[in-house]
Design a protein around this ligand. Structure first.
Ligand code: MN
Length: 320
Protein backbone atom coordinates (compact mmCIF):
# COMPACT_ATOMS: atom_id res chain seq x y z
CA UNK A 1 0.00 0.00 0.00
CA UNK A 2 1.22 3.51 -0.84
CA UNK A 3 2.75 5.25 2.18
CA UNK A 4 3.51 8.90 2.87
CA UNK A 5 5.39 9.57 6.12
CA UNK A 6 5.32 12.98 7.80
CA UNK A 7 7.64 12.98 10.81
CA UNK A 8 10.96 12.09 9.21
CA UNK A 9 14.00 14.01 10.35
CA UNK A 10 17.34 15.21 9.03
CA UNK A 11 20.12 17.36 10.46
CA UNK A 12 21.44 20.26 8.41
CA UNK A 13 25.15 21.14 8.48
CA UNK A 14 25.96 23.52 11.34
CA UNK A 15 22.89 22.55 13.39
CA UNK A 16 24.52 19.91 15.64
CA UNK A 17 25.10 22.45 18.42
CA UNK A 18 21.36 22.59 19.17
CA UNK A 19 21.16 18.89 19.95
CA UNK A 20 23.16 18.92 23.20
CA UNK A 21 20.03 18.34 25.29
CA UNK A 22 18.93 15.44 23.10
CA UNK A 23 22.41 13.91 23.24
CA UNK A 24 22.48 14.12 27.06
CA UNK A 25 19.18 12.28 27.25
CA UNK A 26 20.22 9.22 25.24
CA UNK A 27 22.54 6.27 25.63
CA UNK A 28 25.74 6.88 23.66
CA UNK A 29 25.35 4.05 21.17
CA UNK A 30 21.77 5.05 20.32
CA UNK A 31 22.71 8.69 19.84
CA UNK A 32 25.59 7.60 17.58
CA UNK A 33 23.14 5.57 15.46
CA UNK A 34 20.97 8.67 14.98
CA UNK A 35 23.90 11.01 14.31
CA UNK A 36 25.07 8.79 11.45
CA UNK A 37 21.67 8.74 9.77
CA UNK A 38 20.38 12.30 10.28
CA UNK A 39 22.65 14.09 7.74
CA UNK A 40 22.23 11.42 5.01
CA UNK A 41 19.69 11.73 2.18
CA UNK A 42 20.76 9.27 -0.46
CA UNK A 43 21.43 5.53 -0.57
CA UNK A 44 20.93 4.65 3.10
CA UNK A 45 17.74 6.61 3.72
CA UNK A 46 16.22 5.61 0.37
CA UNK A 47 17.12 1.94 0.96
CA UNK A 48 15.28 2.01 4.30
CA UNK A 49 12.26 3.59 2.61
CA UNK A 50 12.33 1.12 -0.30
CA UNK A 51 12.63 -1.91 1.94
CA UNK A 52 9.75 -0.77 4.15
CA UNK A 53 7.57 0.37 1.24
CA UNK A 54 7.48 4.10 1.99
CA UNK A 55 6.87 6.15 -1.14
CA UNK A 56 7.32 9.71 0.16
CA UNK A 57 8.94 11.19 3.26
CA UNK A 58 8.16 14.76 4.29
CA UNK A 59 11.47 15.81 5.83
CA UNK A 60 12.05 18.15 8.78
CA UNK A 61 15.06 19.51 10.67
CA UNK A 62 15.55 17.44 13.83
CA UNK A 63 14.52 18.93 17.19
CA UNK A 64 15.12 21.47 18.60
CA UNK A 65 16.95 23.28 15.77
CA UNK A 66 16.46 27.04 15.68
CA UNK A 67 13.84 26.92 18.40
CA UNK A 68 16.93 26.68 20.66
CA UNK A 69 18.93 29.49 18.98
CA UNK A 70 19.19 32.49 21.30
CA UNK A 71 20.17 35.10 18.69
CA UNK A 72 17.11 36.13 16.63
CA UNK A 73 19.14 37.55 13.74
CA UNK A 74 21.31 34.44 13.45
CA UNK A 75 18.17 32.29 13.67
CA UNK A 76 16.60 34.20 10.77
CA UNK A 77 19.68 33.70 8.58
CA UNK A 78 20.01 30.02 9.48
CA UNK A 79 16.32 29.37 8.80
CA UNK A 80 16.80 30.43 5.19
CA UNK A 81 19.97 28.34 5.01
CA UNK A 82 18.36 25.14 6.34
CA UNK A 83 15.31 25.51 4.09
CA UNK A 84 17.52 26.08 1.02
CA UNK A 85 19.56 23.03 2.05
CA UNK A 86 16.42 20.91 2.35
CA UNK A 87 15.16 22.18 -1.01
CA UNK A 88 18.43 21.06 -2.64
CA UNK A 89 18.08 17.58 -1.15
CA UNK A 90 14.47 17.32 -2.33
CA UNK A 91 15.50 18.33 -5.86
CA UNK A 92 17.85 15.33 -6.00
CA UNK A 93 14.95 12.94 -5.25
CA UNK A 94 11.82 14.94 -6.05
CA UNK A 95 9.49 11.94 -6.23
CA UNK A 96 10.60 10.61 -2.83
CA UNK A 97 11.00 13.67 -0.63
CA UNK A 98 8.94 16.69 0.33
CA UNK A 99 9.64 19.26 3.03
CA UNK A 100 8.34 21.06 6.08
CA UNK A 101 9.70 24.59 6.61
CA UNK A 102 11.97 25.16 9.61
CA UNK A 103 11.15 28.59 11.01
CA UNK A 104 12.83 31.05 13.36
CA UNK A 105 9.86 31.97 15.54
CA UNK A 106 11.76 34.67 17.46
CA UNK A 107 10.14 37.37 15.34
CA UNK A 108 6.70 37.00 13.80
CA UNK A 109 7.29 39.04 10.63
CA UNK A 110 10.48 37.07 9.90
CA UNK A 111 8.66 33.77 10.40
CA UNK A 112 5.85 34.83 8.07
CA UNK A 113 8.29 35.92 5.36
CA UNK A 114 10.18 32.62 5.48
CA UNK A 115 6.98 30.56 5.58
CA UNK A 116 5.77 32.42 2.48
CA UNK A 117 9.03 31.71 0.68
CA UNK A 118 9.02 28.04 1.68
CA UNK A 119 5.44 27.43 0.56
CA UNK A 120 5.29 29.63 -2.54
CA UNK A 121 8.84 29.32 -3.90
CA UNK A 122 10.16 26.03 -2.47
CA UNK A 123 6.81 24.15 -2.62
CA UNK A 124 7.10 22.87 0.96
CA UNK A 125 4.04 21.23 2.49
CA UNK A 126 3.74 23.29 5.68
CA UNK A 127 5.97 23.96 8.67
CA UNK A 128 7.25 21.83 11.52
CA UNK A 129 7.95 23.77 14.71
CA UNK A 130 9.88 22.21 17.59
CA UNK A 131 7.79 23.59 20.44
CA UNK A 132 8.43 26.87 22.27
CA UNK A 133 11.13 29.39 21.32
CA UNK A 134 12.91 30.63 24.43
CA UNK A 135 9.83 29.84 26.49
CA UNK A 136 7.41 31.63 24.15
CA UNK A 137 4.59 29.34 23.01
CA UNK A 138 2.66 29.59 19.77
CA UNK A 139 -0.48 30.89 21.50
CA UNK A 140 1.39 34.14 22.28
CA UNK A 141 -0.45 37.20 20.97
CA UNK A 142 2.60 38.14 18.87
CA UNK A 143 1.91 35.14 16.63
CA UNK A 144 -1.62 36.14 15.60
CA UNK A 145 -0.44 37.43 12.15
CA UNK A 146 1.54 34.21 11.67
CA UNK A 147 -1.57 32.09 12.18
CA UNK A 148 -3.57 34.35 9.86
CA UNK A 149 -0.95 33.74 7.17
CA UNK A 150 -1.04 29.97 7.84
CA UNK A 151 -4.78 30.10 7.16
CA UNK A 152 -4.29 32.07 3.93
CA UNK A 153 -1.63 29.64 2.72
CA UNK A 154 -3.84 26.65 3.67
CA UNK A 155 -0.95 24.60 5.08
CA UNK A 156 -0.73 22.50 8.26
CA UNK A 157 1.72 23.18 11.10
CA UNK A 158 3.34 20.14 12.70
CA UNK A 159 3.92 20.73 16.42
CA UNK A 160 6.94 18.61 17.34
CA UNK A 161 8.31 17.95 20.86
CA UNK A 162 11.32 19.54 22.49
CA UNK A 163 12.56 19.99 26.06
CA UNK A 164 10.52 22.09 28.47
CA UNK A 165 11.75 25.65 29.05
CA UNK A 166 12.58 24.67 32.62
CA UNK A 167 12.70 21.26 34.30
CA UNK A 168 9.77 20.58 36.62
CA UNK A 169 10.75 19.48 40.13
CA UNK A 170 8.58 16.36 39.73
CA UNK A 171 11.23 14.85 37.40
CA UNK A 172 14.08 15.24 39.92
CA UNK A 173 16.14 12.10 40.37
CA UNK A 174 14.74 10.43 37.24
CA UNK A 175 16.36 11.90 34.08
CA UNK A 176 14.49 9.50 31.79
CA UNK A 177 11.18 11.11 32.77
CA UNK A 178 11.96 14.55 31.36
CA UNK A 179 12.83 13.45 27.81
CA UNK A 180 11.21 11.57 24.94
CA UNK A 181 9.86 8.81 27.20
CA UNK A 182 7.45 11.15 28.98
CA UNK A 183 8.37 14.83 29.45
CA UNK A 184 8.17 15.68 25.74
CA UNK A 185 4.64 14.31 25.68
CA UNK A 186 3.58 16.48 28.62
CA UNK A 187 5.28 19.51 27.07
CA UNK A 188 3.76 19.07 23.61
CA UNK A 189 0.26 18.10 24.76
CA UNK A 190 0.25 21.15 27.04
CA UNK A 191 1.41 23.35 24.14
CA UNK A 192 -1.52 22.02 22.07
CA UNK A 193 -3.94 22.75 24.93
CA UNK A 194 -2.53 26.30 25.22
CA UNK A 195 -3.47 26.84 21.57
CA UNK A 196 -7.01 25.67 22.35
CA UNK A 197 -7.31 27.71 25.58
CA UNK A 198 -6.13 30.88 23.80
CA UNK A 199 -9.22 30.83 21.59
CA UNK A 200 -7.04 30.59 18.46
CA UNK A 201 -9.40 28.12 16.82
CA UNK A 202 -12.48 30.26 17.53
CA UNK A 203 -10.75 33.10 15.71
CA UNK A 204 -9.27 30.96 12.91
CA UNK A 205 -11.30 27.74 12.68
CA UNK A 206 -9.57 26.31 9.60
CA UNK A 207 -6.09 25.92 11.17
CA UNK A 208 -4.82 22.33 11.19
CA UNK A 209 -2.14 21.36 13.71
CA UNK A 210 -0.46 17.97 13.38
CA UNK A 211 0.74 16.18 16.51
CA UNK A 212 3.03 13.15 16.42
CA UNK A 213 3.25 10.15 18.73
CA UNK A 214 -0.41 9.17 18.34
CA UNK A 215 -1.53 12.60 19.52
CA UNK A 216 0.73 12.96 22.56
CA UNK A 217 -1.88 11.14 24.76
CA UNK A 218 -4.63 13.71 24.07
CA UNK A 219 -7.04 11.34 22.25
CA UNK A 220 -7.19 9.26 25.44
CA UNK A 221 -8.48 12.05 27.69
CA UNK A 222 -11.12 13.90 25.65
CA UNK A 223 -13.98 13.14 28.00
CA UNK A 224 -12.15 14.22 31.15
CA UNK A 225 -10.83 17.35 29.46
CA UNK A 226 -14.37 18.41 28.56
CA UNK A 227 -15.77 17.45 31.93
CA UNK A 228 -13.19 19.26 34.06
CA UNK A 229 -12.86 22.20 31.63
CA UNK A 230 -16.42 23.25 32.31
CA UNK A 231 -15.93 23.56 36.09
CA UNK A 232 -12.55 25.34 35.77
CA UNK A 233 -11.91 29.09 35.82
CA UNK A 234 -10.73 30.44 32.46
CA UNK A 235 -9.02 33.61 31.29
CA UNK A 236 -11.11 33.34 28.13
CA UNK A 237 -14.38 31.49 27.52
CA UNK A 238 -14.36 29.28 24.42
CA UNK A 239 -17.38 28.70 22.22
CA UNK A 240 -16.77 24.92 22.16
CA UNK A 241 -15.42 22.12 24.34
CA UNK A 242 -11.71 21.13 24.14
CA UNK A 243 -12.61 17.87 22.40
CA UNK A 244 -14.40 19.83 19.65
CA UNK A 245 -11.17 21.64 18.75
CA UNK A 246 -9.09 18.47 19.04
CA UNK A 247 -11.33 16.91 16.41
CA UNK A 248 -11.68 19.98 14.20
CA UNK A 249 -8.21 21.54 14.36
CA UNK A 250 -5.83 18.63 14.94
CA UNK A 251 -4.55 15.63 13.09
CA UNK A 252 -2.17 13.09 14.60
CA UNK A 253 0.48 10.76 13.27
CA UNK A 254 1.51 7.27 14.32
CA UNK A 255 5.17 8.34 14.70
CA UNK A 256 6.95 6.42 17.42
CA UNK A 257 3.91 4.42 18.56
CA UNK A 258 3.48 0.94 17.10
CA UNK A 259 0.57 -0.32 19.16
CA UNK A 260 -3.01 -1.23 18.17
CA UNK A 261 -4.72 -0.02 21.38
CA UNK A 262 -3.75 3.68 21.12
CA UNK A 263 -4.28 3.57 17.34
CA UNK A 264 -7.88 2.40 17.82
CA UNK A 265 -8.37 4.99 20.57
CA UNK A 266 -7.07 7.78 18.31
CA UNK A 267 -9.32 6.74 15.40
CA UNK A 268 -12.35 6.56 17.70
CA UNK A 269 -11.53 9.80 19.54
CA UNK A 270 -10.60 12.25 16.78
CA UNK A 271 -11.78 10.47 13.64
CA UNK A 272 -10.21 8.34 10.91
CA UNK A 273 -9.71 11.37 8.64
CA UNK A 274 -7.31 12.84 11.24
CA UNK A 275 -4.90 9.90 11.65
CA UNK A 276 -1.79 9.72 9.45
CA UNK A 277 1.17 7.36 9.15
CA UNK A 278 4.70 8.39 10.18
CA UNK A 279 7.81 6.66 11.52
CA UNK A 280 10.03 9.30 13.28
CA UNK A 281 13.16 8.32 11.32
CA UNK A 282 15.89 7.80 12.41
CA UNK A 283 14.78 7.65 16.05
CA UNK A 284 12.42 4.71 15.58
CA UNK A 285 12.50 1.50 13.55
CA UNK A 286 11.03 2.09 10.10
CA UNK A 287 10.44 -1.65 9.42
CA UNK A 288 8.59 -1.94 12.73
CA UNK A 289 6.43 1.13 11.99
CA UNK A 290 5.46 -0.06 8.52
CA UNK A 291 4.80 -3.63 9.63
CA UNK A 292 2.62 -2.25 12.42
CA UNK A 293 0.43 -0.21 10.11
CA UNK A 294 0.27 -2.97 7.47
CA UNK A 295 -0.97 -5.51 10.03
CA UNK A 296 -2.99 -3.28 12.42
CA UNK A 297 -6.49 -4.65 13.12
CA UNK A 298 -8.32 -1.97 11.10
CA UNK A 299 -10.30 -2.03 7.85
CA UNK A 300 -8.51 -1.73 4.50
CA UNK A 301 -10.23 1.58 3.78
CA UNK A 302 -9.07 2.96 7.16
CA UNK A 303 -5.54 1.69 6.44
CA UNK A 304 -5.51 3.50 3.10
CA UNK A 305 -6.59 6.75 4.77
CA UNK A 306 -3.86 6.47 7.40
CA UNK A 307 -1.12 5.38 5.00
CA UNK A 308 -1.67 7.91 2.22
CA UNK A 309 -5.16 9.33 1.57
CA UNK A 310 -5.27 11.70 4.53
CA UNK A 311 -1.77 12.96 3.71
CA UNK A 312 -2.75 13.48 0.06
CA UNK A 313 -5.69 15.62 1.18
CA UNK A 314 -4.04 17.54 4.03
CA UNK A 315 -0.66 18.14 2.36
CA UNK A 316 -2.00 18.38 -1.21
CA UNK A 317 -0.12 15.48 -2.75
CA UNK A 318 -1.43 14.19 -6.05
CA UNK A 319 -3.47 11.05 -5.38
CA UNK A 320 -2.22 8.08 -7.42
MN1 MN B 1 10.31 13.31 15.86
Amino acid sequence: MRKIALEEHFAAPDFGQYEAGVELMMKEQDYQHYRERLPEFDEKRLAVMDKAGIDICVLSQTSPGLQAEKDPLLAAVKAQRVNDFLYEQIQKHPTRYAGFAHLAMHDCATAIKELDRCIQELSFKGALINGHTGGVYLDDKMYEPFWERVVELKVPVYLHPADSFDTPHMYSGYPALKGAAWGWTVETATHALRLIASGLFDRLPSIKIILGHMGETLPFILWRLDSRWQISKHSLELTQTPSFYLKQNFAITTSGVCDDAPLKCAIEAIGIDNVLFSTDYPFESVPLATEFIETAAISESDRAKICHKNAERLLKFAAL
